[in-house]
Each structure stands twice: as structure tokens, then as C-alpha cells.
Design a protein around this ligand. Structure first.
Ligand code: NAG
Ligand code: NAG
Ligand code: NAG
Ligand code: NAG
Ligand code: NAG
Ligand code: NAG
Ligand code: NAG
Length: 467
């Protein structure tokens, strides 16, 4: 213990000098480090020297002379060209409710009016054009798309001039309902963008290239745009095809505003009438201020026709006569307030009828249970056109299906095309109610004439986009 104390004493005593020397050394070291740091700081923060004027001129001259830099520009372009990436047109993993299975990597533009869409070139596409490749008709994942700048299109690409309408739907362009839903956003676009018709259409269902649009849908579209629908089938599928300007709709009417929808269906109606010279006779056939309700029975021949046509016409004639101011005819739809017809393609003629006009529809037995939602297509079309579907009569009698009741073949083999019976009591009673509603509406229109706002006046100003 004592030894420890001694050693500590001997250590304490001479340490005064050591401390002093250490402090001096530290001060010197700190000073040196500080100087070194200062030098480093000056090195890091000093701006790089400005190039001398001679150096700049030389560089620019060298660039202007062409040689190396022009080559590097060409090389950059060529690299951009090679960097164009083609992606599958559809993603097999996504379904209809995934909503973006077509060109899945691209987001829609939506302005609250038109249906969601993609436009090329546009700020959203970074100024790039749309390019498409391959012509598969049965597997959308085998077709592909890419975006490219117009001066760096992928090698061998064809550039098609003008505006291209590109449509993708989940079902079928030959179907009245789905086909019409597909073209309506394009008709609206055509109208809103200065009535510029497209140079071509590209039709896809789930990314599979289609070559055919249903004849009715096609006729209505051609009437609306005043020119033939030219369906592009992609000439050389081994090379990409790029489009100078393209608009893609892939959600049918999607979130198109109600106002735009109404305007578009009015335009379709107006253009179809104009093309067929089916201008309305107007309401100048009123008898002493009381409007005449014009009712048209549109017969079918063959499938789903009435078994006893004369009895049916007689029932409606009696209902009409009992009503007073009613005129029954079988003629152009533009001249009718109430359309009476069995379910069938002839009902598409309702596109010629006015807003708020009425439809009465007839179905054979078995349709309600077996025909699926497609049987309501004319209910839906009437709603789109702003018309009143006044219900359907379903024949309670008909052929019996000798298969188990739930067998789907019952519909195609027995129910689908059977003839219609009739029920005079019901037809007359039903018709009386529809005629009364039609007259009420026409009376309200007569009072609107005094207010100066009638559909006829709007019509006399012609259709949108001329015609
Ligand atoms: C598309 O929208 C989604 C969600 O708003 C976003 O996460 C994604 O980055 C967008 N993609 C592009 C290519 O803009
Ligand atoms: C795709 O294009 C090739 C070459 O033009 C053609 O032979 C083929 O029939 C096309 N396929 C379809 C489905 O149109
Ligand atoms: C409509 O009228 C015009 C001029 O009168 C005529 O040239 C045209 O053929 C008519 N169209 C139809 C479908 O009747
Ligand atoms: C059609 O109906 C009328 C009137 O109800 C009737 O006189 C006629 O016999 C019927 N014709 C047939 C083929 O059932
Ligand atoms: C159709 O009826 C509705 C509701 O009564 C009305 O708001 C609309 O203006 C009518 N349309 C026309 C063209 O008269
Ligand atoms: C015809 O319609 C009337 C009224 O709706 C109904 O009472 C009657 O049962 C119907 N007749 C037949 C044969 O279905
Ligand atoms: C006739 O139609 C009215 C509704 O317009 C209904 O209340 C009435 O029950 C119907 N009568 C018959 C016999 O179907």
C-alpha cells in the first residue's frame, strides 16, 4: 500500500513540466489541423474556372463543323429508337372489373365531361405517339403497344397520318348494345373536337383485333360522322404501326357526363333522321288545339310475329278510336309518339323517334325466365334515347319445352322464335293508359311552345356538325 502511495507521489511531482509540454504540443497540433482544414475548404468551395472565350468558340465551332457531335446526335436518336419498349396490349391477369386490362400501364385522362380516354401525342404521353404491333385476333396478350417520339420511331415502323380512333371493349361490336356503347364516346369526341372525322378505326375486344362492326352500329356511326367507318386491320404485322394522332377509349361510355350522353344520343337521332330524310311531320296536325297522339304498330314477319296480326291491329285500332285524338299508322318512326312492336331488331328504329315518346314491347312465353339480361336491350336503348319504355307484355301461353325446365336448350329450341298470341282486354286497357300519358306529355309540349322552347324548333336549327 505504502509503495503505491510513494509511486503516486513521485508521479505527481514532475508532471507539471509534462503537462505544460503537452499543452503546447496540442496547441501547435490544433493550429496545424486548422490550417490544413482551411486549405481543404478553399479547395472544395472554389468555383471551377470559367472557360476562356477562346475555348468556348473553339468548342462551338468544332460542334458546328459537324463531325463528332452530329454523329452523336444521330447516335442518341438511334438509341431512343432502340429504347422503344413494346408491352403486351392486355394484361392476362386483369379482368373487366380491373378496368385497365387494355394498355394497363397507361392512366386515363378524365375532364369530367368526355369518357376517360388516352390521347397521343399529348402532355400525358410526354408528346409521344402510339405504336401498335401484331394482328392477333384471339389473344390480346400477343399484340403489343409502345410510345415513341415522332423523330425516333421504332425501326421499320409505318407512320399512318391523320386521326385514328382506337377502341377496346369487353364484348362484341356486332352486338347492338355493346357496339353502340363503344362508339358513343367517339361520336361525342368527334362533335366536341370540331367535327373532324377519323381517318381510320382500330377495334379491339380484350386486346384482340376485330375487323367487323355490327351493321346497325356501323350505319348509325356513319350517319353521325358523315363518312364510312374504315376499319384498320394492321397491314404488316411483322412491323410496328405508329399513328400521327390517336384517341383511345376503353371503358365504353364510362364516366361520360349525363349532359354529354344526352347531347350525343340527340345527335345520333338527328343525323340518322337527316340521312333517311325522316324529318318530323311536326305537330301541325292538331285538332282544335288538342294534340293528336300518333301510334305506330311495327309488325314483324316470321319469328316472334303475332299469330293473328289482324286481331292485334284491330285491338290497337279500337284502343286508338276509343281515345279520340289518336292516329294509328305503320310508317316512319319519326312520325310516332307511341311505338308498338314485338321484341326484335326492328325496335332499333326507335332512334328515329322523339325524346319522351313511348315504346310498348311484346315477348313470347319463356323469355323472362330464359333469355337473360340481353332481353332488356330495348328498355336500355329507350332510356339512352330519353324515351319512355311503357312496359312489356309477356305471352302467358306458348309451346312447351319437353326438356327439364332449366335446360338452356329450352330457350334456343322452343321459346326464342315462337309466335305471339294476344290479349285484347289487356292490350286495350294498357294502350289507353299509354295514350293518356302520351297526350299529357304533348299537352305540356304545347304549353312549352308558348314559352318558345320546343324540340321541333331545336331540330329546325339542324344537327350538330352540319347535316
Ligand atoms: C397512374 O396512376 C397511379 C395511381 O394514381 C399512379 O400510382 C401511377 O404512377 C400512374 N402511372 C403513370 C404511368 O402515370
Ligand atoms: C395478320 O397479318 C398476316 C400478314 O399480313 C396475315 O397473313 C394474317 O392473315 C393476319 N391475321 C389476321 C388474323 O388477320
Ligand atoms: C333524301 O333526299 C335527298 C334529296 O332529296 C335524296 O338525294 C336522297 O336520296 C334521299 N335519301 C333517302 C334515304 O331517301
Ligand atoms: C284472328 O282474329 C280475328 C278477330 O279476333 C278472328 O276473326 C280470326 O278468326 C282470327 N284468325 C285466326 C287465323 O285465328
Ligand atoms: C322529356 O321529359 C322530361 C321530364 O318530363 C323533360 O325534362 C324533358 O325536357 C323532356 N324532353 C323534351 C325534349 O321535351
Ligand atoms: C287478359 O288480360 C286480362 C287483364 O289483364 C286478364 O284479366 C286476363 O286473365 C287475361 N287473359 C288471358 C287469357 O291471359
Ligand atoms: C286497366 O289498367 C289500369 C291501370 O291503367 C288498372 O288499374 C286496371 O286494373 C286495369 N284493368 C284491367 C281489367 O286489366
Amino acid at each position: 500500500m505504502g509503495k503505491d502511495r510513494d509511486s503516486s507521489t513521485s508521479f505527481t511531482f514532475p508532471s507539471m513540466y509534462a503537462l505544460l509540454r503537452g499543452a503546447l504540443l496540442s496547441i501547435v497540433l490544433i493550429f496545424l489541423i486548422h490550417v490544413v482544414l482551411q486549405i481543404q475548404t478553399v479547395r472544395w468551395y472554389s468555383p471551377s474556372p470559367e472557360p476562356s472565350p477562346e475555348w468556348s468558340v473553339f468548342t462551338i465551332w468544332d460542334w458546328v463543323k459537324g463531325g463528332g457531335s452530329a454523329a452523336s446526335l444521330a447516335e442518341t436518336t438511334s438509341r431512343l429508337r432502340d429504347a422503344v419498349v413494346f408491352l403486351p396490349l392486355t394484361d392476362a391477369k386483369l379482368t373487366a372489373d380491373g378496368e385497365t386490362y387494355f394498355m394497363p400501364a397507361l392512366n386515363d385522362t378524365y375532364d369530367g365531361e368526355e369518357a376517360q380516354h388516352l390521347r397521343f401525342p399529348s402532355p400525358a404521353s410526354g408528346g409521344r405517339l402510339l405504336c401498335l404491333s401484331r394482328n392477333h385476333t384471339a389473344d390480346g396478350t400477343k399484340n403489343s403497344y409502345a410510345l415513341a417520339w415522332s423523330d425516333a420511331l421504332p425501326g421499320g415502323a409505318a407512320l399512318l397520318p391523320g386521326l385514328t380512333f382506337v377502341s377496346d371493349i369487353f364484348y362484341d361490336y356486332r352486338n347492338l348494345w355493346h357496339g353502340l356503347g363503344a362508339v358513343v364516346p367517339f361520336v361525342s369526341w368527334y362533335r366536341s373536337s370540331g367535327c373532324k372525322p377519323p381517318a381510320r378505326w382500330l377495334l379491339y375486344t380484350r386486346g384482340e383485333l376485330q375487323k367487323v362492326m355490327g351493321p346497325w352500329v356501323r350505319a348509325v356511326t356513319e350517319a353521325a360522322m358523315g363518312q364510312d367507318v374504315r376499319i384498320e386491320t394492321i397491314g404488316d404485322p411483322s412491323q410496328p404501326t405508329c399513328f400521327e394522332e390517336a384517341v383511345v377509349f376503353r371503358h365504353n361510355e364510362g364516366r361520360m357526363s349525363m349532359r354529354k350522353r344526352g347531347e350525343t344520343y340527340d345527335m345520333l337521332r338527328c343525323k340518322a333522321r337527316a340521312l333517311c330524310n325522316a324529318t318530323s311531320a311536326g305537330d301541325d296536325d292538331e285538332r282544335g288545339g288538342s294534340p293528336v297522339v300518333r301510334m305506330t304498330v311495327l309488325m314483324r314477319t316470321g319469328t316472334r310475329s303475332f299469330k293473328n296480326e289482324s286481331a292485334v291491329v284491330e285491338a290497337f285500332r279500337r284502343a286508338c278510336a276509343g281515345f279520340g285524338e289518336c292516329r294509328l299508322t305503320v310508317k316512319l318512326m319519326s312520325d310516332t309518339d307511341v311505338l308498338v312492336s314485338p321484341h326484335g331488331a326492328q325496335l332499333t328504329n326507335m332512334i328515329f323517334m322523339d325524346q319522351n315518346s313511348s315504346v310498348m314491347e311484346f315477348f313470347p312465353n319463356g323469355w323472362l325466365e330464359m333469355a337473360g339480361p340481353g332481353q332488356y336491350v330495348y328498355h336500355w336503348l329507350a332510356a339512352k334515347l330519353g324515351m319512355r319504355h311503357r312496359g312489356a307484355w309477356r305471352d302467358p301461353t306458348g309451346v312447351a319445352c319437353d326438356l327439364p325446365k332449366t335446360d338452356p336448350r329450352c330457350f334456343s329450341l322452343f321459346y326464342k322464335d315462337q309466335l305471339l298470341g294476344h290479349n285484347e282486354t289487356h292490350f286495350i286497357n294498357w294502350t289507353a293508359a299509354v295514350l293518356a300519358q302520351a297526350r299529357e306529355y304533348k299537352l305540356s309540349k304545347v304549353s312549352a311552345v308558348e314559352g318558345g322552347q320546343t324540340q321541333q324548333q331545336r331540330r329546325s336549327r339542324g344537327c350538330p356538325c352540319g347535316g
